[in-house]
Write a protein of this length. Structure first.
Length: 98
């Protein structure tokens, strides 16, 4: 079942900036189409690629979410709402911007 294999990874932090040169986050994505075709034993290994600052900013709200610390402390449902919003944004915009 494809739906049960779906994982939506989200990184929450209070120190995320909207600046491509200043990020606490080092986002990597898995390119399942980039498999090592020369060695059958290596084909199952997943290849990861680091995103640049501009592409990391594009992940904000989908896989990277800034946490206003007080909001998350005062509202016990804050994280659950953010996950729902991130999932909605991925469905509407697509997971990747590149």
């Amino acid at each position: 079942n494809a739906k049960s294999d779906y994982h939506h990874h989200v990184f929450f932090d209070d120190n995320i900036h909207n600046d491509p040169t200043d990020s606490i986050v080092a986002v990597r994505y898995c390119d399942n189409n980039d498999k090592n075709k020369t060695n059958p034993r290596e084909e199952k290994k997943k290849m990861f690629t680091s995103l640049n600052g501009k592409d990391t900013i594009c992940m904000q709200g989908k896989h990277v979410v800034r946490v206003p610390t007080i909001d998350a402390i005062l509202d016990k449902y804050w994280f659950l709402r953010q996950i729902a919003l991130a999932e909605k944004k991925v469905v509407e915009d697509g997971s990747y911007c590149f």
